[in-house]
Design a protein. Structure first.
Length: 131
């Protein structure tokens, strides 16, 4: 939560208050992620909505709404909705935020997750092709 002007005197020392603010922020950002991952009828290759993605990927995406990276990267979102994890990982690292120390540190776990998921996806595709 980014403390805004006028919120400085709220009881930030109270763990219950902080927990409630966190839950409110989490609900808001989850709603943003759902909206961002609606399918675009103009892009028939997009077939995966947020709810169809693995739970860990959903968590990374919701986290990405907190720093704005998911919202600022329509190409990454489209690649994710197409199930193209490998290209989505590449695209996600093409942002100005990636080049900052904090950005790279924050984004690396998701990029690594996407790369690992892409490897698993490739193995599955290879196995079905060989059958």
């Amino acid at each position: 939560h980014l403390i805004k002007k006028g919120e400085e005197d709220l009881p930030w020392y109270d763990p219950r208050f902080v927990h409630d603010v966190f839950l409110e922020d989490l609900r808001a950002h989850a709603a943003i992620a759902v909206r961002l991952f609606e399918l675009d009828p103009k892009v028939p290759e997009e077939t995966i909505v947020l709810a169809d993605m693995p739970h860990e990927m959903q968590a990374f995406i919701i986290d990405g709404t907190f720093n704005g990276m998911i919202g600022q990267s329509p190409k990454t979102r489209s690649l994710l909705k197409q199930g193209n994890w490998k290209e989505a990982a590449k695209e996600y690292t093409r942002s100005d935020f990636w080049d900052t120390k904090g950005g790279k540190r924050r984004m690396t776990p998701f990029v690594e997750y996407l790369r690992e998921h892409a490897k698993i996806q490739a193995k599955r595709q290879k196995a079905t092709t060989n059958d």
